[in-house]
Design a protein around this ligand. Sequence first.
Ligand SMILES: Cc1ncc(COP(=O)(O)O)c(C=O)c1O
Length: 396
Amino acid sequence: MGYTLTDVDGNVYLDFSSGIYVTGCGHSHPKITKEIQDMVGTLMNCHDFTTPVKAALLEKLVEILPGDLNGVQFYSDGTPAVEAGLRAARVATGGLEFISFWKDFHGKTLGSVSLALMSPDKGLRATGFFLAPRPNCYRCPFKMEYPSCNLYCADFLERVIDEETTGRLAAIVMEPIQGWAGSVFPPPEFIPRVREICDERNILLFLDEILTGMGRTGSWFACEHYNVVPDIMTIGKGLGNGFPVTAMVVKEEYKDFLEKISASSSYGGNPVACAAALATIKVIEEEKLLDNAKRIEKVIMDRLEKMKRDHPIVGDVRGKGCLFGIELVKDKDTKEPFDEAGKLIYQRAFQKGLAWIPAGHILRMSPPLIMPPDMAEKGMDILEEALSEVEKELGY
Ligand SMILES: Cc1ncc(COP(=O)(O)O)c(C=O)c1O
């Protein structure tokens, strides 16, 4: 319930994963559960027709979406929403090709997997999809330093466009903050510069906010931190607080294209899903969870910064709202990734009562937005204890 999980033996864990970045309002939030239960007894499917609950959700969603993003199509999984976004971008621009970024994650179907450079999917990518190096200031792919790099990653993105594509680009697709790859933040000017590049070249900007949206980073959507409004956005995970509901959203001027891509699906926007999403948005508002996410950020980042100072294997720490990453290294100068330490710390912290996302050398944490700050502090105590024990065992 809420921010804890109980296993079959009765052990209670603090949930620092929110399912998998999903249950921002906590498990089985009573208000959301009630709305879902009521709707199950009323109407479960009405194809893609507008129902009162869908109309109410659309109104509410458009209220919280940035800029003039107001053309909405619902789905039940993140991946079909991404696929619909790709189709919409092609229809809207007449372009065929896409550029995305190393190690971003967008799903596992042919189009979405083609946007990523992830083993073991490398051989599965379709043609017409190009990848650019993703900015990562801790491990700059160009071995430069921010800010003296002068945003070379954005210049290089333009080179990828010029050298690799035929010029018939439909969209640049990106996660505003990389989730799966380890909560990696771009330098602050990068996304605004990508927006400019898109405008200069008549390419659409498609931000995949499936993981970062719905308050995960302390704002409704991560693009707000960068003052950028995309042309296309996808939302999922936290939207239904665990009930499968996702959305592909386009700007006002591209609304008509939803018709042209035959956007509907069997379950997308069904009344139960709409009831779940509407209740979720209301809970985030009523319980002021965006403010709480910022409180959690302060508690956790203070502790992580201290861990970075005090522990030889903590190379980098980063976070916003309720999205965090800790990079473990064998040596702070060489930055050699320390996978073994990550696995051991993950297991040790789990045994001590921290349920979180399995790790390689990057520890990823996403507590729910409802986590009380003192419980966030408790989670950090568990993490630091596990970290100290493992460090000692590994001879540091
Ligand atoms: C940024 C991003 N896009 C797309 C997806 C795919 O969503 P789903 O697993 O709901 O299909 C994910 C899932 O983790 C994601 O994090």
